[in-house]
Design a protein around this ligand. Structure first.
Ligand code: ZN
Length: 153
């Protein structure tokens, strides 16, 4: 299943979570000058929690989010689309700009990460668009625990 999403401005944390899971997710605040829902291709699943948008857009690809809590919102999406653990690719996408990230040579990031990070880590990934560098850390482990919890539902 190759899902992609567009999340409205009130759903920033949900958008980030979908990117953590590896899903291509546009986030409204990244497009201040255009209407997100006009930008989106027809296959993109629209995520909103605004009643007026729900009424205006009669797309079968619209999911109306009910919860205020980001993790509960993520559960709503997972349940609505019957997403399986195997549909996800955690930590494969840039959380900042939504671009796939790639593994890079440790030596190539020597001057781009703090010394103590470089000395204590061996696996680095870089965003091919914004050049942000990622490495596994305590945040990754916490997120992995939440992802496991998510798919046990
Ligand atoms: Zn990026």
């Amino acid at each position: 299943m190759n899902l992609c999403f567009a999340a409205e401005i009130t759903l920033g944390k949900l958008a980030k979570w979908l990117r953590i899971l590896g899903f291509d997710t546009l986030y409204e605040s990244d497009f201040p000058n255009s209407n997100l829902f006009d930008l989106s291709d027809p296959e993109r699943i629209l995520l909103t929690r605004t009643q007026s948008i729900r009424k205006k857009i009669s797309s079968p690809n619209l999911i109306f989010i009910k919860s205020d809590h980001p993790f509960e919102q993520l559960k709503e999406v997972i349940v609505a689309l019957d997403v399986k653990r195997t549909d996800t690719r955690p930590f494969s996408r840039c959380l900042r700009c939504n671009t796939p990230i790639e593994a890079v040579d440790k030596d190539s990031v020597r001057n781009d990460v703090p010394d103590y990070i470089w000395e204590t880590h061996n696996a680095f990934q870089v965003c091919i668009k914004c050049r942000k560098i990622f490495w596994p850390g305590s945040h990754t482990r916490r997120s992995m625990n939440l992802i496991n919890e998510l798919f046990e539902l």
